[in-house]
Write a protein that binds this ligand. Sequence first.
Ligand code: FAD
Length: 402
Amino acid sequence: MSTATVAIVGAGVAGAAAAIRLAERGIGVELYEAVAAPQPIGAGLLLQPTGQQVLARMGLLPEALELGVRVDRLYGDTPAGRAVLDMSYRRFHPDAYGLGLQRGALMGLLWRRLRALGVPWHCGAAVEGFVQDSGGVTLQISGQGTVRHAALILANGSFSRLRAGMKVRQRARHFPWGAVWTVLPAPVGFPQVELRQRFRSASQMLGLMPVGKAAADDAQRGINLFWSLPLAELDGWAARLGLERLKQQMAALFPDVAPLLAGLQHATQLREARYADVRLSRWHEGRVLAIGDCAHGMSPQLGQGANMALIDAHELAAGLGGDWPDVFARYSARRRAHLRFYSQVSRGLTPMFQSHAVVAPWLRDRFFGWGGRLPYIHQQSVATLAGVKTGWLWGRLRLADA
Ligand SMILES: Cc1cc2nc3c(=O)[nH]c(=O)nc-3n(C[C@H](O)[C@H](O)[C@H](O)COP(=O)(O)OP(=O)(O)OC[C@H]3O[C@@H](n4cnc5c(N)ncnc54)[C@H](O)[C@@H]3O)c2cc1C
């Protein structure tokens, strides 16, 4: 620990990527992670062209491509066969695709790079609080006393309690719905080129996404299965509903899932996901900066969270120069339009896919499929999915050169 170095709290996608990008530029970084022995686990991710670009700048894209699966299309429909979403990346750019990846595979790549760079990494070090002054930031580590650094980057996820220590207007609200998810072995012949969703109104949603291998020497490819549930039903679902009834509900909504469900034998295979809508009036205060879900948690409906975390890391490291408060203020200004747009879209779209609402999904079913056939609407929808929009009508994200 040193007063010249920057502390990063959280070794998820945002914290690990920021540590890499800063260390690559010769900045002293120390990483603090609450979990004693972090494991490369987590839901399947769709890495958008923006996130892929950041991985490419880090030199990690070739390995990510080896592990993951190119997803060309997102297709969602109702049990009656009405197309609700039909988005092809090629309509955005002939070479564009989403990369279906296991979060564990991505974390494995990032953590290996961290180790290769020799970034000090303190596991089992839960940061409980911080105090900043004009010369630095003092962190309180649970059971380990205090450490002092030149600046602090909070990358400890949507449910960060440290965020409240930043004197900026903020609000973090649980989404009323969450999900259970798992990665199952892909049966022989199971389609692996598109993200497939099936909706019944907004109260049932099943998502299937090819996510490739967990590690380079893994022979088995996986399919990420996502099943939406209201929070009241998510808590204790295994005891109340039971795995067999849940599987029956999935198969009733989307019979094609049956061969995949053969690999789902125990309730413990399904992990629970809860998410929050996090809003901050700005992402910095003096020597403290929030990035990743801690700064702008959103629902996974748009498949942007990990992309945003990678872009945050890239843009932060690309804007170095001067003292940390200036670096952080520049970062906030540079990220504003992009983050604002995706937070708004996420907030607006989520109730159309995860809620007990009746009118919103009815309108969705009638107009999304129809609107998507109009070239301009389709272009805008795919650009939104690709993660490049910075405004409702125009504005495209340009990653900083670095
Ligand atoms: C079901 C699901 C599907 C998703 N699908 C996609 C997708 O398709 N595409 C996409 O881009 N994104 C997706 N996301 C979102 C994506 O997973 C997140 O946005 C991303 O992982 C956030 O990374 P993060 O580093 O900001 O936070 P996290 O991954 O939450 O990491 C925070 C880290 O901080 C640590 N920590 C917490 N508190 C402390 C403390 N006090 N001290 C020290 N350490 C601490 C935690 O242990 C953790 O390691 C999905 C999310 C879910 C739940």
